[in-house]
Design a protein around this ligand. Sequence first.
Ligand SMILES: C[S@@+](CC[C@H](N)C(=O)[O-])C[C@H]1O[C@@H](n2cnc3c(N)ncnc32)[C@H](O)[C@@H]1O
Length: 209
Amino acid sequence: MSSKAYFDEVAGDWSEMRKAFFSESIREKAFAVAGLEAGKTAADIGAGTGFISGGLVAAGMNVIAVDQSDAMLAELKKQLGPASAVDCRQGTAEALPIGDAQVDYVFANMYVHHVEKPPLALKEMTRILRPGGRLVTTDLDQHEFEFLRREQHDRWMGFKREDFKAWLEAAGLVNVNVESAGGNCCAASCETASPAAVSIFIASGEKPC
Ligand SMILES: C[S@@+](CC[C@H](N)C(=O)[O-])C[C@H]1O[C@@H](n2cnc3c(N)ncnc32)[C@H](O)[C@@H]1O
């Protein structure tokens, strides 16, 4: 099964599933690191059903939500309301459907460990940022829970923070920081009794002016 087929299949259940995986404090930390200013434009990449997008709308932002899965984006619209300030665009990591330097913030929660080429995905997210804009992504530290690849279509078993930092710098960002988000991503396995608990990091950087 492809990643898109997997996420199309779970789209209707995703909002419930994710509540078991991570808490809303992750989103609050991401927004605090970004220093949100109402009225600006933010992109939510790998948006799913709108965990990040919904918070951004509530904070008075204009939002562009991108996901490979049309089923996820349809759920997002259903849950946030068709009239919400979210512009949903189907697209993939390697060619985001947003022009150069169009947004003030880029967010991605639990997305990069699903893409084929993380450095390329981060470069693409940097491309759409305006000079002075901020990229903030929350993702998994490196772990050994192999079942997440089989059961949840993870492509990467988390990341080393130093690799992630180097990829953000190579993408052209400055003031790069990767630190603990202070929480875990928790997932039960169909195969084993012991659930996974993987620490989450928050990575950020600025596009130079
Ligand atoms: C684990 S979910 C996270 C969803 C959402 N960010 C959240 O926090 O609930 C990962 C999302 O990334 C999307 N995704 C995975 N690989 C992608 C790719 N290569 N291009 C675009 N979207 C992708 C999936 O369709 C899915 O909706």
